[in-house]
Structure formats: C-alpha cells, structure tokens
Ligand binder design. Structure first.
Ligand code: PRP
Ligand code: URA
Length: 209
C-alpha cells in the first residue's frame, strides 16, 4: 500500500490558512501556492539517493554528496497544478516538466483528459504529479494511469489539500504510489468539493469563475 505523508510544518500550516481565506486575492493565492509547493518539494525529495563525490575546497580535498538516483520529472495536472511548478522547481531546478490536461466534468464529476506530453525518458525518471486538490481522486487516478501508460514506474504525488475519501480510492487504485499532502481535510460535500477546503483552486488561482 502506498504511504500517505501529511506535512505539518508550521510554515505550511500558516500559509494554508491564508490560502483558505475567501478574501485572499488571486495574486496572493498564486504566491502562496508557489511558497507551499516549495516547502512541500523539500519534503517530497527527502529520500533521494545520494552518492559520494570528491570535491576540492580552497584548503583541501574532501568527500561530499551528490544526488545520484533517478532524475525527476514534474507532472502538473492542468490547470491548477501549474501553480505548483515554480515552487518545486526552485528546489529541483533541473527537473523536466511534463503536462497532463484534464478537467472534472461538472455533471459526472469524472475527469476528462484533453492533453498530455511527457519526456521520452519518462521510464527512467521519478515522477512527481502536482495538483493542489485531491477531492474524489478521479483526476489523480487518471493522471497516474496516463504516466504509467507512458512507461513511468516510480511515481509520487504532491497535493496541498486532500479529502479522506479521495486518498482511499487513489491508494486502492495505485498501491505503489506515495501521496504527499499538506493537510487532510474533513470530507467532500454533495458537489465533491472539499470541506473546509479552499473552493475551486483553478478559479481562485487564475481569477476565473
Ligand atoms: C480540480 C483540481 C483537481 C480536481 C480534483 O480541477 O485541480 O485537478 O479538480 O478533483 P477530483 O479529485 O474529484 O478529480 P478542475 O477540474 O476544477 O480543473 P481546473 O484545474 O482546470 O480548474
Ligand atoms: N477541485 C477544487 O478545485 N476544489 C475542490 O474542493 C474539489 C475539487
């Protein structure tokens, strides 16, 4: 079963409260998502493989560490996942950025995929899927299916807010995927919005409605 990590760093909790506030502007919302994604990016990369590397300081030779395992590809789920890219790239600037475009059909609440573009060497990379909201889990399951179809085998996800119902279905569908979450909220409402949540992440980020 994939592991679930809830990140309780004080800075993430503080910024999340401002993000939830309905009076927070789109401009501030985007900045906060970037900052939270950067902090989460630090945690999601905590177990990256290291190997020894010799380095010469101005005084003597020594042995330091360098990241030596699989390279990383970020996969934001459009639209709202885009807001997390710059934050994570600030801690892993060399990562490739692939994209999956999907939206939730308002009637069926099922994801509709309209775009995907992956690097050729996706099977050799650790994939970090980015989406601020994990609600029913439908979008995330479909995005994981897409990257697996393209050849990925090492996958983790970064979600700022998640509903317990959604986490469970993602774990059941993809037991090999670890899920990193900023905060696990209470439940979904009748329209599959997360409670207390923050509303529609894409609309708040881009000022649409
Ligand atoms: C939101 C969110 C997730 C999805 C989560 O996207 O960014 O992708 O809903 O819901 P789920 O877990 O029930 O699938 P939305 O469909 O609003 O599209 P957008 O990002 O283009 O606004
Ligand atoms: N998508 C969002 O943007 N917010 C929710 O609460 C659920 C799905």
């Amino acid at each position: 079963m994939g592991k679930v990590f809830e990140m309780d760093h004080p800075l993430i909790q503080h910024k999340l409260t401002i993000l939830r506030d309905k009076n927070t502007s789109s401009k501030d919302f985007r900045s906060l998502v970037t900052e939270i994604a950067m902090l989460m990016g630090y945690e999601v990369t905590r177990d990256l493989e290291l190997s020894d590397k010799e380095v010469e300081t101005p005084l003597e030779k020594t042995v330091g560490k360098e990241i030596s395992g699989k390279k990383i590809a970020l996969v934001p789920i459009l639209r709202a996942g885009l807001g997390m890219v710059d934050g994570v790239l600030s801690v892993v600037p060399g990562a490739r950025v692939a994209h999956v475009g999907m939206y939730r059909d308002p009637e069926t609440l099922k994801p509709v995929t309209y775009y995907s573009k992956f690097p050729k060497d996706i099977s050799e990379r650790t994939i970090i899927i980015l989406d601020p909201m994990l609600a029913t889990g439908g979008s995330l399951i479909e995005a994981i299916d897409e990257v697996k179809r393209a050849g990925a085998t090492s996958i983790r996800t970064l979600n700022i807010i998640a509903a317990p119902e959604g986490i469970k279905v993602v774990q059941d569908a993809h037991p090999d995927v670890d899920i990193f979450i900023g905060h696990i909220d209470r439940e979904l409402n009748d329209h599959a919005y997360i409670l207390p949540g923050l509303g529609d992440a894409g609309d708040r980020m881009f000022g649409t409605k």
